[in-house]
Design a protein around this ligand. Structure first.
Ligand SMILES: *Cc1c(COP(=O)(O)O)cnc(C)c1O
Length: 427
């Protein structure tokens, strides 16, 4: 689906039924697929023919939904995974081995930071974290001869920093490595990182793409543009024969457009099995069908709420990339001119105690660790996800003790503002 707008791709991308076939995507609830001869099956195992044999590796429903997200991001090939965490892990582990190194933005989702800094470090992969606003010189200095990738988030969760994707892509490419972008918060409706030089795009589809708090999932999209063979000495996994597939060299056999996802499916999905279920992929597709409509409302609500908070004397500070006063506004205009995301963070005057009292008084807005849901929700990290830290440690982590993270849902913004107003009145 090429010559249509992003809205049309959200609704009809990935699947074009033939005559008399189901209008909605079929859920292929089957672990296995039948073949007439062992030779037929053997060709699939050797990656000589494409087709399905076992749903741990590939399933038609999941592939249909991956194809839609691939079209939305403007990529060459994509795969669904069981979670955003699995997508982040695969995106790095498909390129880096023990003894390798990765440069990552320090403004990351907490789960991603832990995966990189603790768990993948134990696997022998080292990360250097750089401030997304660092100078080119600091960014350059983070690279080592064994660096295999650069990783960052379009809009970071929960810091809400905005990454200069073109700058990070330029520096990554100058060092012969791909740029991986976690595009969860912006979604392909608001930003398509591949258009700005990103090579691999990842998603926690659990957030806006699902959008209804229904299913945990992840996705990886390959732009298909990175020339692996031109940097063959850095990427032996893609550029030398894979003994577990009779000596296939992915970059040779599948080219720049297919090597990354084919390897991630054939090796990593085979061995780790972080598989999306066909039923959840179906739910994901329902979310995708309205993503463009919902993002517009999430963004409108966040803007209205942020503007209200900014003008309220009981509020100490407001952080939202949607505000014209935000320090990232110039980057927002370049990368996301139509909108950013529905998440806003702010501080209530009076610090931690006031934040607690304020949140307890909210009626429509629920306290949850989730974001990007149709229903508005909020979190006080100092009292939840970062509870073990004292006020000094929180400040060092860039999470002030008074920070409230508010994810604006799809309700009417005047009702959200009224709820915030009555809760502030209790202070
Ligand atoms: C939630 C989130 C993840 C992790 O995704 P899960 O689906 O919860 O595993 C990764 N990146 C970002 C930006 C997220 O918000």
């Amino acid at each position: 689906m090429k010559d249509v707008r992003i809205e049309t791709k959200c609704v009809q991308g990935g699947y074009t039924p033939g005559n008399g076939e189901p209008r909605q995507i079929p859920i292929i609830q089957s672990t296995t697929f039948k073949y007439d001869t062992s030779e037929d099956m053997g060709k699939l195992f050797d990656l000589e023919a494409s087709g399905y044999f076992y749903s741990r590796l590939q399933n038609p429903t999941c592939d249909t939904v991956a194809k839609k997200i691939c079209e939305l991001e403007g990529g060459s090939m994509a795969m669904l995974l069981s979670s955003g965490q699995a997508a982040s892990f695969f995106s790095i582990f498909n390129l880096a081995n023990a003894g390798d190194h990765v440069v990552a933005s320090s403004a990351l989702y907490g789960g991603t930071y832990n995966l990189f800094a603790v768990t993948m470090k134990r696997m022998g992969i080292e990360f250097t974290f750089v401030d997304p606003d660092c100078t080119d010189e600091t960014l350059e200095n983070a690279f080592r001869p064994n660096t295999k990738a650069v990783f960052g988030e379009t809009i970071a969760n929960p810091a809400l920093t905005v990454l200069d994707i073109e700058r990070f892509a330029r520096v990554a490419h100058a060092h012969g490595v791909p740029l991986i972008i976690d595009n969860t918060f912006a979604t392909p409706v608001n930003c398509r990182p591949i258009e700005f030089g990103a090579d691999i795009v990842t998603h926690s589809t659990t957030k806006y793409i699902d959008g209804h708090g229904v299913s945990v999932g992840g996705c990886i999209v390959d732009a298909g543009k990175f020339d692996w063979m031109a940097h063959a000495e850095k990427f032996p996994g893609l550029c030398t024969p894979d003994e577990s597939y009779h000596g296939i060299t992915y970059a040779e056999k599948f080219g720049n457009a297919g090597a990354f996802i084919t390897k991630a499916t054939a090796q990593l999905m085979r061995d780790f099995g972080c598989t999306q279920s066909p039923q959840n992929a179906f739910y994901l597709n329902l979310g995708l069908e309205s993503l463009h409509v919902r993002m517009e409302r999430h963004c409108l609500n966040a803007k209205k709420v942020a503007e209200y908070l900014e003008s309220n004397e009981k509020i100490a500070w407001v952080n939202s990339p949607a505000l014209a006063t935000n320090k990232y506004y110039p980057l927002v205009q370049k990368y996301m001119p139509n909108g950013t995301c529905g998440v806003v963070s702010f501080g209530v005057k009076g610090g931690r105690k006031s934040a607690e009292k304020f949140m307890k008084a909210l009626k429509l807005i629920a306290i949850e660790t989730h974001v990007a849901d149709a229903r508005s929700c909020c979190l006080h990290p100092a009292n939840a996800t970062h509870r073990q830290m004292n006020d000094q440690e929180l400040a060092a982590a860039g999470i002030p003790a008074d920070l409230v993270r508010l994810s604006c849902g799809l309700e009417h913004y005047e009702d959200l503002i009224a709820d915030i107003e009555q809760a502030l009145a209790t202070l």
